[in-house]
Design a binder for this molecule. Structure first.
Ligand code: ZN
Length: 326
């Protein structure tokens, strides 16, 4: 008789510089079991992948077994869903192109899909979060970089080579700041961790007003936000300028995509109204008239601590189930 076990679970793997988290997740987004390991202590990408697969097999064996697992989804920096590879990640020590999906598939005997972190976040929002049921939406991950992804007509827009939706590296000021990608004036050089710190330094240099920021040991989006909460004028101005730039950029993207919602994730989105109020004001001013007043803009509702691994698991539902005969 044919095996009729319905596979209602997937494995999600979130690879970040700090650590790798891997979890068994069910179809509703419940985490059944989760563990983590170091990412950067391995001599080569092969050694890392082998250890990761051994640990996944152990986790699965101890929690329901292989028969319940449909597929594996991986969220990793510079990962490309179409090629299944990590491609020249600037922040990882593994250089060149790493065929991560194929390496893992061969060791696990399961279908494996990979996506970059912003694409995984968008998949997670759609599968388990506030974008559930939406056909057109944009997700922006605001952190050390700006990751982004958009869904159109119910599908993630991949583009010809899997590089669609790089909103972070669209130019918003031709004469602007140098970006880490080698271009100038990218959105990322204003609304990332580094961008906000640079803006705070500019705001302080332009003014001789007192500011709590002047005596901070370390400027960061978090410490600048804390100064805002204490009513610090220059810190508020820093987030006002950041929100303004983001509002102009989002108005452009929304005018192209006409999304139902724009969802902000990542540490910087936690600045709340200090960022969102000036951003929304600028957005409504610059967006195409037919869209004005119709786009929901809000911070991600998924739990910060589990969003990334849930997003990775959502990628797994998007890959075909593995079979030797397909
Ligand atoms: Zn750039």
């Amino acid at each position: 008789m044919e095996n009729t076990i319905i596979k209602t679970r997937v494995v999600g793997v979130d690879i970040s510089l700090e650590r790798t988290t891997y979890a068994i997740v069910d179809i509703r987004g419940n985490i059944i079991a989760s563990e983590h390991m170091e990412t950067l202590t391995y001599g080569s990408s092969n050694e890392y992948v082998t250890t990761l697969c051994e640990r996944i097999i152990e986790l699965v064996s101890n929690n329901g077994g292989y028969d319940t697992i449909r597929s594996v989804g991986v969220s990793a920096p510079s990962a490309n869903f179409i090629t299944g590879c990590i491609e020249n990640a600037p922040n990882l020590p593994w250089k060149g192109v790493i065929p991560l999906a194929a390496l893992m598939r061969d060791q696990l005997g399961l279908a494996v899909g990979v996506a970059n972190d912003a694409h995984a976040t968008a998949q997670g929002e759609r599968a388990y979060g506030s974008a559930h049921g939406m056909k057109d939406f944009i997700v922006l991950n605001l952190g050390f970089g700006v990751g982004s992804c958009f869904f159109s007509n119910g599908r993630e827009h991949q583009g010809m080579s899997g590089n669609a939706g790089e909103f972070g590296h669209t130019c918003i000021n031709e004469q602007g700041r140098a970006c880490t990608c080698g271009k100038t004036g990218c959105l990322e050089s204003y609304v990332s961790h580094r961008g906000i710190v640079l803006t705070a330094q500019e705001v302080m240099a332009e003014s001789d007003k007192p500011s709590l920021m002047r005596s901070l040991e370390r400027l960061s989006p978090r410490t600048i936000f804390e100064c805002c909460e204490q009513g610090d004028e220059l810190a508020i101005e820093t987030y006002r300028r950041t929100g303004h730039v983001l509002g102009v950029a989002l108005a452009n993207y929304a005018s192209v995509v006409n999304p139902e919602a724009i969802i902000l994730a990542g540490g910087i989105s936690q600045a709340g109204h200090w960022l969102l109020d000036p951003m929304k004001e600028t957005f409504e001013k610059h967006v195409f008239g037919g869209i004005r007043g119709k786009t929901k803009i809000f911070a991600s509702t998924l739990d910060n601590r589990t969003r990334d691994v849930l997003g990775a698991s959502a990628v797994a539902w998007d890959v075909k189930e593995y079979s030797l005969f397909k």
